[in-house]
Design a protein around this ligand. Structure first.
Ligand code: SF4
Length: 341
């Protein structure tokens, strides 16, 4: 079926565009826990969680509400120790975000008495808050005029404006943000911005956009939405193998490793050894996972406690098997350990 034709121009008819979009949103908006609050701290937590993690993952197992339960306000988060913080973030990946969120909380406590500021420049001065997060806080927490562009909004705007340049180049982003600014609804920022993002999630999807259900299809300039947005050539993925060892001593303790000196500092995993060292050992389990541009195959080998590679190295520690569940751990290792146990 052909996409509906464009009959209205943007930004000239932006008033009708905004009201059509908001009307569509208000009659069928998805109910997310972060939409039930205007508490700036709770909005900040949701925005940071959603930056590199899909909505379905954040909703699954109640990660968002669980985090807010563990750290209900700025002060509680600012006082969190590494172990509790990483444990509350477990399963969401990109653990650097959790520490950055705590840095933000500490800065807010030090500079604004624990209250996130409404002012755009004051927000941008805080660690971990960039233009998108600052805009989201202004719109969703404070109901103030804002400009914000995420991946969904980039895609929707590139199609609405039939933009045939790379959206992820600095020139492309400048253009997209300038359109976002011109179109933004200053009277109704909460609903408008949530509506534009939801349009990208529900209808203006990366593949198979549903243009016939789209409330703003008559403003949309592209005739081939599937070809947009244009992006810089993706980096190719690189395959990697990780060789983890499962060693149990005569006190029923398991050899674990706590990461140091990386973005995952403080997280636990099974000790890793060279591929040459695990030759001939019994393979207990194998699973695959993706991280940034790497496709990793994680293999876990059974290793007798008196084997040379079972000797603890720096960062390795014996842990009671029953305590492993309490350690903060990246999801692939948690899954591998569950399988082994
Ligand atoms: S779904 Fe996207 S591409 Fe399709 S008409 Fe709406 S804005 Fe345009």
């Amino acid at each position: 079926m052909l996409k509906p034709r464009q009959t209205r121009q943007l930004p000239a008819s932006r008033g009708v565009f905004r009201s059509r979009l908001v009307e569509w949103f208000e009659t069928g908006a998805r109910d997310y826990p972060w939409r039930r609050t205007h508490d700036p701290y709770a909005v900040l937590v949701s925005e940071i969680m959603l930056q590199q993690t899909q909505i379905s993952t954040v909703l699954r197992k109640g990660y968002y509400l669980r985090f807010l339960e563990a750290f209900p306000d700025i002060r509680a988060l600012s006082e969190a120790d590494d172990a509790a913080l990483l444990k509350a973030w477990e399963g969401l990946g990109y653990y650097r975000r959790a520490r950055m969120l705590r840095d933000t909380a500490r800065a807010v406590l030090a500079t604004s008495n624990g209250n996130l500021p409404e002012d755009l420049d004051a927000l941008l001065d805080l660690p971990g808050i960039g233009p998108y997060t600052a805009g989201a806080l202004r719109a969703f927490a404070f109901g103030k005029p804002a400009v914000l562009v995420d991946g969904n909004v980039s895609r929707v705007l590139s199609r609405l404006m039939d933009f045939h340049e790379e959206v992820d180049s600095s020139a492309g982003q400048k253009k997209i943000w300038s359109w976002a600014k011109v179109l933004a609804d200053e009277q109704n920022p909460r609903s408008y911005h949530a509506a534009l993002m939801e349009l990208g999630q529900r209808l203006c999807r990366p593949k198979h956009p549903d243009c016939h259900a789209c409330p703003v299809s008559d403003f949309c300039a592209t005739s081939a939405p599937e070809l947009l947005p244009i992006k810089k050539t993706c980096l190719t993925t690189t395959a990697l193998a990780e060789h983890a060892i499962w060693v149990c001593n005569d006190r029923a303790q398991i050899l674990m490793h706590q990461e140091q000196g990386s973005q995952r500092t403080g997280l636990w995993k099974l000790p890793i050894r060279d591929s040459s060292a695990v030759t001939g050992l019994e393979l207990l389990t194998e699973l695959k996972y993706g991280i940034t541009r790497y496709r990793v195959t994680l293999r876990v080998y059974q290793v007798p406690v008196d084997h040379p590679i079972a000797t603890p190295k720096s960062g390795d520690e014996w842990v009671e098997e029953g305590q492993i569940a309490e350690l903060a751990m990246a999801a692939p290792f948690r899954k591998a350990i569950k399988r082994v146990i």
